[in-house]
Design a protein around this ligand. Structure first.
Ligand SMILES: [Zn+2]
Ligand SMILES: [Zn+2]
Length: 268
């Protein structure tokens, strides 16, 4: 028989339970987190293994290719030390990012950063990082939204990692416009030179290993353009941390498998 406190909790849940931003199911009142339910966090996927040690790109293993080579690293300057993303950009992670970016759910930054701060790094990166900063958004977008989602994530992550944060280190000189329809090469050209160091901030980056934070790594064009700006301003090294990483090839592959499975189910 349920106890009085169970009944009371059930009644409170009915009246006040918030709904999860990803699955829309009610979150029990006793849950520590009020925006994403425990089930959605537990079904959020990491990037598939095996991964490149340096940039965490999932590697295709072939017997002809030992050790396996990483095509993403071919594009990275040596001073880009390490790249990490907490999750694969797929549901429910995609809905969480969307809620932070477009839904006004700025309180999501803390639980998201909690997961970002627990990512594993090579020892030298963990020891060396001296400053955390964020990919800047355009002034117009920040005015519309009231915040820069990357800056919120960077500030929360820095606090958890006990590192200094300067989320206004970089400025966007020009808006790159929407990048969603551009190919990787076009994206790189589109954001090249789109950022600069904010006036009077040179002393903050000189000789420092900077951790650059963003919500999503799609092709890496934006983060790498920011990293170029930091390195040109005297940073010793840059590492990149994002909450999610898009892997379009994997997504297309999984969609094809899903479509084939649905076809087989209908046929039987
Ligand atoms: Zn949920
Ligand atoms: Zn790599």
């Amino acid at each position: 028989m349920p106890s009085l406190s169970d009944l009371l909790e059930g009644a409170l849940d009915l009246l006040f339970a918030p709904t999860c931003v990803a699955c829309r199911q009610p979150i029990p009142t006793r849950s520590a987190e009020r925006a994403v339910c425990a089930a959605c966090w537990s079904r959020s996927r990491s990037l598939p293994s095996p991964r490149c040690d340096r940039c965490w790109t999932p590697l295709r293993i072939s017997v002809l290719d030992l050790p396996p080579s990483c095509t993403t690293c071919e594009d990275l300057r040596p001073a880009i030390r390490s790249v990490r993303s907490t999750y694969l950009l797929a549901e429910p992670v995609r809905s969480v990012v969307h809620a932070l970016k477009y839904g006004g759910w700025f309180s999501l930054a803390r639980p998201m950063a909690k997961r970002m701060a627990s990512v594993e790094w090579p020892d030298e990166v963990r020891e060396e990082v001296g400053l955390v900063t964020a990919v800047p958004t355009s002034r117009m977008k920040e005015r519309q939204r009231g915040y820069n989602q990357a800056a919120l994530l960077a500030a929360e992550t820095a606090a958890l990692l006990r590192r200094d944060a300067d989320c206004n280190l970089l400025e966007r000189i020009r808006s790159a416009g929407s990048q969603t329809t551009l190919h990787p090469g076009e994206r790189r050209a589109n954001v090249a030179g789109a950022f600069r160091l904010a006036p009077g901030r040179g002393h903050r980056v000189a000789g420092v290993h900077v951790l650059l934070v963003d919500d999503v790594w799609t092709t890496g064009a934006t983060a790498l353009s920011c990293a170029d700006t930091l390195l040109a301003a005297g940073a010793r090294a840059v590492s990149v941390l994002t909450f999610a990483r898009a892997l379009p090839d994997l997504e297309r592959h999984e969609q094809r498998l899903e479509a084939a499975a649905t076809f087989r189910r209908r046929k039987n």
